[in-house]
Design a protein. Structure first.
Lengths: 431, 308, 276
């Protein structure tokens, strides 16, 4: 009996010790949750050291999973239980709406007015208006932006006497067939066009880009629309790339996510790649087989000039339950300041959330393609900004992938997807 | 079966034929902490989940009573049916496989040999490590580019191209069954081993005297006497397979396309998607299935009668 | 070949196959953890030994692996201790005192162990959230204890039932209270059984994932299985060497425990399910 009491006492002693991690105390350390692999994490650590040097505020970094779904899940636990940690956190623009609509973000307006550290006009206006504003108040700021791009091999285009990058999908197909026929003689593993076809969020982004300005995926007034003739045409085109024309590898719809696509292209086995801007810096690294041989262009659509890239990227917000809001705002200002955004561009190849950095001389010197990026982002189109987007995405991904694998014809896939998504929308739509 | 087979009272004459009042109270007092713990941390949460399934409890919508709305939505939710189908299929495939392998292992382990202790320890190791670890391990084994599975397939010339295990529903299903079999066969083997030990050697001697061959001895002596234990193993494994979570979460994440999402994972995804009402409804369905099966088992196994 | 020889050869082959089946993947895990590249099977460079991954796992502060290990050990140890403490008196009462309703009690407890964890975790999550207990040790220890109590009760009942009642009676005649009997008579005799129960409880708590994922948020209370399940990767690619190194570090203590205490573990499991 005594032993048991002693044991329980011992246990009781541990509990306050354990609870410590989840409280702030008087030290006003703020926790900042980021996702990322080791390269990005080292950068964040250095950045936080700079922040500390500048302001004296301690920042504890929380490392979150890179997978966006897991990242979101791991934020829901502390936020829905009103924990004060993390104070500041990054959010994928795809699920920012869910966090905002759940009332977990502190409105930034009053703080920024007081601090005056950030001028709203430096950001891309439509992004701020669509993604970062909830029910009229600003709740997040863009840290970096993403939009899909077409990477292409300048050397191969030159070799086969083709002009600049393709301006329509038909042109892309023509180039692809020609180059692949030639390259296959020496490189049997060559596939002209690699893109994200595996069942993943990336698939939706690719799909919407192929559909271009004439395609659409909208949720309006409790009604979802994705089954349109232009979308069907795009989906059929994607299917044919793999099965009919054979210019995309057969494992496109089972294995090809962003990293697989990047590595395939980087090994020199493709002519075109659809990927996010992050790939550029990696392609240009030492040891890359495509170093110095690539350029970027907007992902073409069926008609010229109808390209649009899908808006991606990560935004930063402050938790409504943070107990160090003043310090958190300073971190926010720091992260969206010109110098820091420039550093992100130069060191990580990230695309800043601020427009003015795209015109910086040093940046343009290191990354001349940034000029094109700025235009692409001005016109980037977001996916539906609703709190339940993740559920819609899951359904659409599944059906798009089913069409790519040949399991269901594109029209049927989109029709079924729309019907199932409508059920979700009806259930979650706030009247 | 241990306590189940009626050995509740200790050997020797019963100690307490007539309990005094004080003993009575003390007896229940001894049971009280356990009862309280289980009531507070298991029964109440289950009731709470039942209640929660009747609410619209979404983080970005106002909370309100919703009656059977969640259940109605579930009936027309293809994701739910897919999870149900997968869970049932997974159970139907993996449990017999594990029983078969477990029996095989038990027979091998039952044979006296100098290395028996070591052998048993080796066989037990997969059971003892966390499912998260074995999930990751098999995720690597079934990796498309350089995993052990594709390496073996290639070396033995079974396929030309690497197999996309985790990128196709069928491949992912196979990977899960394999990983689960690896992890839980030891448990079945141990239970069956104990059952085998309970079979009197006299029966085997008698069978040998009757010139019964190896196979005959197995089918006429071993199997029938082992069947009660087999049923116990069947029950435990079935319930465990129905509520599988760890392995599925880590190995396939429920993909591709939700094709390997178990009911537990489906409910969990809704919880962490902010919809507690719907997640609770899914959990209730799984609960009813598991509970129903265990009640059926107790009925069929006639345990109450043996103990009374 | 005589039938005996046939059976013997089969047995040998079977034992070998069984061992390869059980330990092969573990070996693969260890090799990957110690190899510079995860694709050492197919890549021309082959296997290059390195301890860099282990170093990475233990030294990288942001991975918090040592904290996870600490949390796991504390939580599992506390749960095991609590389980045994609470289940012992109950097992005693069930085996010694012919209380009415004890059969129903045992069966109910058995039924409870069949509940799917997902049907409790949602509510627990919300309640713990309101109490501010998310990401604390008690948030994990208490549900774990409740969860493992049924199994502990069954195993201990089976062990206690084997302790002869004469010992009880002798002590009773000497005027000992029931509690003293439990402590001074039953415990020493059933000590191996109690140890088995605690060991099994520890292993089960250590390996648990669902509760840990939902009820903890960071290294203050997060456990090792969660850490391994949510291992961060670079741009979506998993760093296999480091993940396997972490896995090996996690499993080595468990493997050692299993090797040393295999008889106890097996006994415990068997008692919980089958007539021992």
């Amino acid at each position: 009996m005594k032993a048991r009491i002693a044991l329980l006492a011992f246990l009781a002693a541990w509990m306050p010790l354990a609870s410590q991690g989840s409280e702030q105390g008087e030290t006003k350390t703020i926790t900042f949750s980021v996702g990322g692999g080791s390269v990005e994490f080292d950068f964040w650590e250095q950045l936080m050291r700079d922040f500390h040097a500048e302001t004296g505020i301690d920042v504890e970094l929380m490392r979150k999973p890179m997978d966006t779904g897991l990242h979101r899940q791991s934020l829901i636990v502390p936020l829905s239980t009103r924990k004060s940690d993390p104070d500041v956190f990054l959010m994928d623009v795809a699920w920012l709406a869910q966090i905002a609509a759940s009332g977990w973000l502190a409105p930034l307006g009053p703080f920024l007015a007081k601090n005056g550290c950030v001028d709203r006009s430096v950001f891309f206006p439509h992004i701020l208006a669509l993604a970062d504003t909830y029910e009229g108040s600003l709740v997040a700021l863009p840290v970096f932006i993403d939009g899909g791009l077409l990477y292409y091999r300048t050397d191969l285009l030159r070799k086969y006497g083709l002009g600049g990058p393709p301006r329509t999908l038909d042109e892309l197909l023509r180039y692809a067939k020609k180059v692949q026929a030639g390259e296959r003689l020496t490189n049997p593993g060559f596939f002209a066009f690699v893109w994200q076809g595996a069942q993943n969020e990336g698939l939706i982004c690719d799909f919407l880009e192929f559909a271009g300005k004439d395609g659409s995926f909208t949720v309006k007034d409790g009604s979802v629309s994705v089954d349109t003739p232009e979308n069907r045409k795009a989906l059929r085109f994607m299917h044919d790339l793999i099965h009919l024309h054979g210019v995309s590898p057969p494992n496109t719809y089972t294995e090809m996510k962003q990293e697989e696509v990047r590595r395939f292209f980087q090994d020199g086995n493709a002519l075109f790649e659809r990927n996010w801007p992050y790939a550029f810096a990696l392609h240009e690294e030492e040891g890359s087989a495509v170093r110095g041989k690539i350029a970027i262009a907007p992902v073409p659509s069926f008609a010229p000039g109808r390209s649009v890239s899908t808006l991606g990227g990560w935004h930063v917000g402050i938790s409504r339950f943070s107990d160090a809001k003043t310090e958190s705002v300073r971190l926010l200002c720091f992260l969206t300041s010109y110098e820091v955004q420039k550093k992100m561009a130069l060191h990580l190849g990230w695309n800043p959330g601020r427009r003015d950095v795209y015109e910086d001389r040093d940046v343009l010197e290191r990354m001349p393609h940034f000029r094109k990026l700025q235009t692409a982002f001005e016109n980037a189109r977001p996916r539906p900004i609703v709190p339940y987007y993740s559920q819609l995405s899951e359904i659409l991904q599944r059906h798009l992938n089913a069409a790519l694998s040949g399991k269901s014809p594109p029209g049927e896939a989109l029709a079924t997807a729309q019907k199932q998504m409508q059920a979700i929308v009806s259930r979650y739509h706030r009247k | 079966m241990g306590a189940l087979s009626g050995n509740l009272s200790p050997r020797g004459p019963a100690v307490a034929e007539e309990l005094t009042r004080g003993e009575f109270a003390r007896g229940y007092a001894f049971l009280l902490p356990l009862a309280v713990f289980v009531a507070v941390f298991i029964i109440v949460p289950v009731i709470g989940t039942f209640a929660g399934s009747l609410m619209q409890d979404v983080t970005f919508l106002p909370k309100r009573f919703a009656g059977a709305e969640n259940y109605r939505a579930m009936l027309s939710d293809p994701g739910f049916w897919q999870a149900l189908r997968f869970t049932c299929l997974f159970t139907l495939v993996s449990v017999p496989l594990e029983l078969f392998l477990g029996l095989l292992f038990a027979l091998l382990l039952a044979r006296p040999s100098p290395a028996r202790g070591l052998l048993r320890a080796c066989v037990l190791i997969p059971w003892a490590i966390p499912a998260a670890v074995s999930g990751r391990l098999f995720q690597l084994i079934y990796n498309y580019h350089y995993g052990l599975a594709n390496y073996l397939m290639g070396t033995f010339g079974l396929t030309d191209l690497p197999v996309s295990w985790l990128g196709t529903p069928a491949g992912a299903f196979v990977s899960l069954v394999a990983a689960d079999a690896w992890k839980t066969t030891p448990f079945v083997a141990i239970i069956l081993l104990a059952g085998l030990a309970g079979i009197s050697q006299d029966l085997y001697l008698q069978a040998e005297i009757d010139r019964a061959g190896f196979v005959c001895r197995f089918t006429r002596v071993t199997l029938p006497l082992l069947s009660p234990v087999l049923v116990v193993a069947l029950l435990f494994r079935t319930i465990d397979a129905l509520r599988v979570f760890d392995l599925v979460f880590v190995l396939t994440g429920g993909g591709p396309g939700g094709s390997t999402t178990s009911l537990s994972l489906y409910g969990y995804n809704y919880f962490l998607g902010g919809d507690f009402g719907y997640g609770s409804a899914v959990s209730v369905v799984l609960f009813l299935i598991a509970f129903g099966l265990s009640v059926l088992y107790v009925r069929v196994g006639k345990f109450g009668r043996e103990l009374a | 070949m005589s039938e005996e020889r046939q059976v013997r050869t089969l047995h040998l082959a079977g034992a070998l196959g069984m061992t390869i089946f059980s330990l092969g993947p573990i070996l693969y895990m260890a090799l990957t953890a110690a190899s510079r590249r995860p694709d050492f099977l197919s890549h021309a460079a082959g296997f290059e030994f390195t301890v860099a991954h282990f170093d990475s796992v233990l030294r990288t502060a942001s991975l918090h692996f040592p904290e996870y290990l600490r949390n796991s050990i504390v939580v599992s140890g506390a749960s095991a201790a609590l389980c045994v403490s609470i289940a012992s008196p109950a097992a005693y009462a069930v085996t010694r005192l012919s209380l009415p309703g004890r059969v129903f009690f045992l069966l109910s407890v058995l039924a409870v162990s069949m509940f799917p964890p997902v049907s409790m975790v949602g509510y627990l999550f919300q309640v713990m959230g309101k109490l501010g207990w998310i990401n604390t040790y008690q948030a994990l220890v208490l549900p774990y204890t409740a969860w493992i109590l049924p199994l502990s009760l069954w195993i201990l009942t089976s062990y206690f039932a084997q302790v002869p009642a004469d010992l009880d009676r002798a002590a009773l005649i000497d005027g000992c209270s029931r509690l003293t009997i439990l402590r001074k008579v039953i415990f020493p005799v059933a000590a191996p059984g109690i140890f088995s129960t605690a060991l099994l409880a520890f292993i089960i708590a250590f390996n648990e994932l669902l509760f840990a994922m939902m009820l903890s948020t960071d290294h203050a209370a997060r456990t090792v299985p969660v850490g391994i399940a949510l291992f961060e990767g670079l741009h979506g690619e998993i760093p296999w060497g480091v993940v396997m190194a972490a896995s090996i570090l996690t499993t080595i203590p468990v493997i050692l425990l299993t090797l040393v205490f295999q008889r106890r573990i097996i006994q415990g499991l068997t008692r919980g399910a089958v007539k021992g």
